[in-house]
Design a protein around this ligand. Structure first.
Ligand code: TYD
Length: 207
């Protein structure tokens, strides 16, 4: 049983993990479940559809078009807009924000691209700290297989060697609000564990 209703200032839940772990499927399921309980949920994602996000998507086919530092700036600027225009207003309005990727993605992906992951996290101090981060884990080989089997080409961020480095960086993060869930299990059991993590936000002693 939940001990309290969602507070007025909202809740921020970030979904992280390498590509192909099923973040968007799991977010949709959680959002539907929360809405069925009368909660006001905002689903969002990064990269956003801002001009920065569009430039980031151009890099999927030509990552060499900018330096690692310039690439990092694009993700940070995209997030600054996201926080200012969508995330903060929604939290202030008491909504539950579910974001598909947040600053751990930057630390892991741009960290895997040669930059310092700790410094990247520090550069993200402007972004509100999430109440919960669901980190979906999966062997990079399986993730690459899933991406290819759904007809997708591996974009420039998703090459296997890079995914391995990204995965290792995700494994190195250890904040108390971070929950790791094995995403190679069936969708329904991953979802069950996500809901468990959600309930723990309200009654942690039951976990
Ligand atoms: P993805 O979640 O696949 O978005 P979409 O489905 O809209 O293309 O993210 C796109 C890629 O961007 C993904 O391979 C990870 C990468 N990425 C970073 O490198 N750094 C970041 O900060 C974020 C948010 C994403």
């Amino acid at each position: 049983m939940r001990k309290r209703k969602v507070s007025r200032k909202g809740l921020l839940i970030a979904f992280e993990g390498i590509d192909g772990t099923g973040k968007s499927t799991q977010i949709k399921l959680l959002a539907d479940w929360l809405r069925a309980q009368g909660e006001d949920v905002l689903e969002t994602r990064e990269p956003t559809d801002s001009a920065y996000g569009r430039r980031i998507r151009e890099l999927y086919v030509n990552r060499g078009a900018c330096t690692p530092e310039e690439e990092l700036e694009l993700f940070i600027e995209d997030r600054k807009l996201h926080v200012k225009e969508l995330i903060r207003p929604a939290l202030n309005a008491g909504r539950i924000v579910l974001t598909d990727r947040y600053y751990y993605s930057t630390a892991a992906y741009q960290g895997a691209n040669g930059l310092d992951a700790k410094q990247i996290l520090q550069r993200n101090r402007f972004a509100p700290q999430p109440n919960l981060v669901i980190l979906l884990t999966m062997p990079p080989e399986l993730s690459a297989e899933r991406i290819s089997s759904r007809g997708g080409q591996l974009n420039a961020f998703e090459q296997l060697d890079a995914l391995r480095r990204v995965s290792e960086l995700f494994a190195s993060f250890s904040d108390p609000w971070l929950r790791r869930i094995d995403a190679s299990q069936p969708v329904s059991s991953v979802q069950e564990q996500i809901r468990h993590a959600w309930r723990d936000l309200f009654s942690p002693e039951e976990s």
